[in-house]
Design a binder for this molecule. Structure first.
Ligand code: 4AD
Ligand code: MG
Length: 462
């Protein structure tokens, strides 16, 4: 028969027929009469067991079948006696596509530490852990597109190379065609970016939001889903220099509508994982986090807490808890504060709103109190901030005042300001860090372990 993926072989009911499997050897064991090969092709966490009657095969060939080798096996599908699966294969023909020298192949039968696997990121997708994580990552990406498509949102592709600094964070990767060893200079000695490719200085995007707002002001409801780059603060278990962000932006949404969408969206994605990724979740639950599945079920079935920043500060100050970083009104929350609220105080996800305007971006809608803005951060157990969002300032004068106050060059922002000059409307949006979501759904502890090829300081071999 033609090749079937191992996932399909394992649930096939064609016992007795001839089938073909292709995959990589996880383990080989046995005795001088019979060998058992566990074969995996990444379609599922489960292996198919290949039973080999040693006397039917060339001894040299069997010797070359070691952990990591890639095989084609033709054989009969038979009911399994003891492999833990319902069916196994009785081998008739084996072809070796590629051997993997046991003395140099870095992945062996024994479990490896996550730290070690990070050093061999090129091979770690072949492990059970990374197979599970990458399948869940795919499922979540699909669920995100499905969620928005089902609700009439349009997928908007925003630029990767941009001249704008959406978050005002200042931690951008510059993109240039100039020879920085010998750049053209202006009369006052500065680098002359008018001679650069775009005629100005550009960088990799830190967020697609501002362009997303342009889309929402025409298509009503859009979302972006793409890579995002930040050159700062990347040496923590929750930060990457290159991460993926999902940014829905909606015309006619007030902050409450935005919160409702964020909560429904997160619950829907987690439920999708529970419905479609159970085998992988069970593996991760067993290996890394015994409360994982319980936690996922809890989050989908309980309302998130909604709380103004000011009240959160009161709770933190009254807690008597010794925090590493100070807490007082006006200071930004650190992840230890966020996690205290979620894990110790409320024991539920929390949406914090109405932050002081000084610690939030220029585009957020100002509250009548003159001190706070209509921001919303969604805080999750084990993660801290998973979503950041807000209602946007739609009033041209108020937005202009803030831009002037923060000394943001107006000439860079004319296109954005035009949305407030022509047919402005109330609108809101948020950004979900894809890898933060995956940390939560997989129960992994380090963000480097939920992206295939992590980019953090000093780690970009390929
Ligand atoms: O809170 P942030 O900076 O918000 C924005 O970028 C807004 N423009 C979003 C919007 O309103 N459209 O980032 C949003 C989310 C964070 O909550 C976090 O989940 C994730 O992006 N994030 C990171 N994830 C991994 N590594 C980093 N360095 C991250 N920085 C932010
Ligand atoms: Mg944020």
């Amino acid at each position: 028969g033609g090749r079937l993926k191992i996932k399909d072989l394992l649930r096939s009911n064609s016992v007795g027929s001839e089938v073909t499997a292709k995959g990589w050897v996880r383990t080989k064991r046995g005795n001088k009469n019979v060998a058992f090969i566990a074969l995996n092709d990444g379609s599922t966490i489960n292996n198919i067991q290949v039973v080999v009657e040693v006397s039917n095969f060339n001894e040299e060939l069997l010797k070359q079948i070691t952990t990591g080798a890639c095989l084609k096996v033709v054989g009969t599908l038979v009911e399994s006696v003891g492999s833990g699966q319902s069916v196994e294969m009785l081998a008739k023909e084996i072809e070796i596509y590629g051997t993997a020298d046991a003395n140099t192949y870095p992945l062996q039968k024994k479990g490896h530490s996550l730290e070690f696997l990070r050093e061999i990121a090129h091979l770690r997708p072949r492990t059970n852990t990374f197979g599970a994580v990458l399948r869940i990552r795919h499922a979540m990406a699909y669920a995100i597109h499905k969620y928005f498509n089902d609700r009439g949102f349009f997928y908007l592709h925003t630029p990767i190379i941009t001249g704008s600094d959406a978050e005002g964070a200042g931690a951008m990767f510059q993109v240039t065609t100039l020879d920085l060893n010998n750049p053209p200079r202006t009369e006052d000695g500065k680098i002359d970016y008018t001679q650069d490719f775009f005629g100005k200085s550009t960088n990799l995007t830190v967020s697609g939001q501002l362009e997303g707002e342009l889309g929402a002001m025409a298509l009503s409801e859009i979302y972006t889903f793409g890579p995002t780059f930040r050159a700062e603060n990347s040496n923590t278990p929750r930060h990457l220099a290159e991460f993926w962000m999902i940014e829905p932006e909606m015309a006619f949404y007030e902050i409450v509508d935005n919160m409702n969408l964020a909560e429904d969206f997160l619950k829907n994605l987690i439920q999708y994982a529970l419905d479609n990724c159970m085998e992988d979740l069970e593996f991760l639950n067993k290996m890394y986090d015994e409360e994982l599945i319980e936690r996922l079920k809890f989050v989908v079935s309980n309302d998130f807490v909604r709380l103004p920043y000011t009240e959160a500060i009161d709770i933190l100050m009254a807690s008597g808890h010794k925090f590493e970083f100070p807490v007082s009104w006006g200071l930004d929350l650190q992840s230890e504060h966020e996690r205290y609220l979620v894990e110790k105080h409320f024991m539920k996800p929390v949406i914090l709103t109405d932050y002081p305007k000084e610690i939030k971006a220029f585009y957020m809608k100002q509250n009548p109190d003159g001190k706070t803005v209509r921001a919303m951060d969604v805080l999750f157990p084990k993660i801290g901030e998973i979503i950041g969002g807000s209602q946007r300032e739609e009033n041209y004068e108020k937005l202009m005042d803030r831009i002037t106050e923060l000394e943001i060059p107006e000439k860079d922002m004319w296109w954005y300001l035009d949305t407030r000059r022509f047919g402005t409307a109330p609108h809101s949006g948020f950004g979900l860090g894809f890898e933060r979501l995956l940390l939560f759904v997989t129960g992994m502890g380090n963000i480097r372990d939920v992206i295939p090829f992590p980019r953090t300081p000093n780690t970009a071999e390929f």
